[in-house]
Design a protein around this ligand. Structure first.
Ligand code: SOE
Length: 410
């Protein structure tokens, strides 16, 4: 279904030519929620940031010809494909962006790396540790040929989380004692919400754990600057039987429910504690049953000299407490992260004009383009994605063993 000249192509090529930077031709697999978010990132990055290569939205791929064509038109992709193998075989694609459910990540990523493409893969990296190991090994081999591979942990790339990481690395908190993270959603509260792919182990790998828990494990480790060494966990599936979807269903959006039902084979919620290499302690909660919480991610870090807190619902802010201030005027203060000196913000709006969720995907595209141009491995690498996968596996193992402390394999 490759088409020579499609809506958006002339514009994309003009953009590439106009900037003087050579194009980076992207082929994206998947076009639902994450596909739309990544499209926004690719479309916008080269218009806001000065990039060494200009992203070109060359081709989008999905199995339903009509739907993928509509997605191409809506999001500005130059052509559409219905088979990812055809997309990967195209010699006018430099980078493959994988936005499909977890069960196809490994196969597509391995094929793309073998074909000499750079790869961006949505989180979690894979559905199993074995798949993630194969992907990390393939990415390490491909790196010798100048190929890069990155995992889409987008929350690292908000200005406030990037600033938090810098502040921890500068030693402002001193030795870390606690990291506590929650990621709360509520889209499963209704027991009639149908059994979409996100609720099946064979397609999603796990439930809240892999979907939300993967984000907070990555963010916690990224901000702390160290890895977890072991976890103690509980998981639960509150609603074990749900109606089958009555029509086409994407992961999050409920469509009509069928009369027939099927078994939910993933966790609905995961609660775990963890220990960092330094001895700092961490707690994690990931759930789709936090009634009233839509996309509430919050992280707090406490160190011997100070604390930091970030809340996704106030994503242009960072709370900071400097414990060395005299007690009379010590206390948490709000840093408004909208200054040009803050991470990513020199290219955006004047101070005080905040950003949103989608900008993390623009920054992700920006950072990946730089890494490709410089031939260096962009973080989070597939090795980082594999390590998160190992944490998820340890959480499942611990939960199965009634919360016994489970070391994380290295
Ligand atoms: C669904 O829970 C979801 O879309 C996640 O899959 C995303 O990674 C997160 O950014 C928003 O919520």
């Amino acid at each position: 279904m490759g088409q020579p000249q499609q809506p958006g192509q002339a514009e994309a090529e003009a953009g590439a030519a106009g900037s003087g930077a050579p194009p980076l031709r992207v082929g994206m697999v998947g076009y639902a929620f994450m596909g739309a978010a990544h499209s926004q990132g690719w479309r916008t990055a080269g218009r806001v940031f000065d990039l060494p290569r200009t992203p070109v939205l060359a081709a989008i791929c999905g199995r339903d010809a009509g739907a993928v064509r509509a997605a191409a038109d809506r999001h500005g992709w130059a052509s559409a494909e219905t088979d990812w193998r055809t997309l990967i075989a195209r010699d006018d694609i430099d980078l493959v962006d994988i936005c499909t459910p977890g069960d196809s990540h490994a196969e597509i990523a391995l094929a793309a790396l073998a074909a000499g493409k750079h790869v961006l893969c949505e989180k979690p990296l894979a559905n199993t540790v074995e798949e993630a190991e194969a992907m990390a090994a393939a990415a390490a081999r491909a790196q010798a040929d100048g190929q890069v591979a990155m995992v889409g942990f987008n929350y690292r790339r908000l200005p406030a989380t990037a600033l938090a990481r810098d502040m921890v690395a500068e030693g402002r908190l001193g030795r870390l004692r606690h990291v506590r993270v929650t990621y709360l959603q509520d889209w499963l509260v209704d027991p009639q919400f149908p059994l979409t792919w996100r609720l099946r182990r064979e397609s999603a790998g796990s439930g809240s754990l892999g979907d939300l828990g993967a984000h907070i494990v990555d963010l916690a480790q990224h901000l702390a600057g160290e890895w977890l060494t072991g976890v103690s966990a509980m998981t639960e599936t509150f609603v074990r039987e749900r109606p089958l979807p009555g029509g086409a269903a994407s992961g999050l959006s409920a469509v009509e429910a069928d009369e027939a039902t099927g078994a939910v084979t993933v966790d609905d919620a995961a609660l775990f504690t963890g220990r960092f290499a330094s001895g700092a302690l961490a707690s994690f909660e990931a759930t789709r049953y936090a009634t009233g919480r839509k996309n509430a991610l919050r992280i707090e870090l406490n160190g011997e000299h100070g604390s930091l807190a970030f809340d996704l619902e106030r994503l242009n802010e960072l709370e900071y407490h400097d414990g060395r201030e005299p007690g009379t005027h010590a206390g948490f203060r709000r840093i408004l992260v909208t200054e040009p000196d803050h991470p990513y913000l020199d290219a955006w709006w004047p101070p005080g004009h905040g950003l949103g969720y989608e900008h993390s995907f623009v920054h992700q595209a920006r950072d990946l383009v730089h890494a490709v141009a410089e031939g260096r491995s962009p973080q989070p690498t597939f090795a980082d994605g594999l390590q998160v996968q190992r944490v998820l596996a340890a959480v499942e193992e611990s939960a199965e063993k009634n919360s016994v402390f489970t070391p994380i394999a290295v």
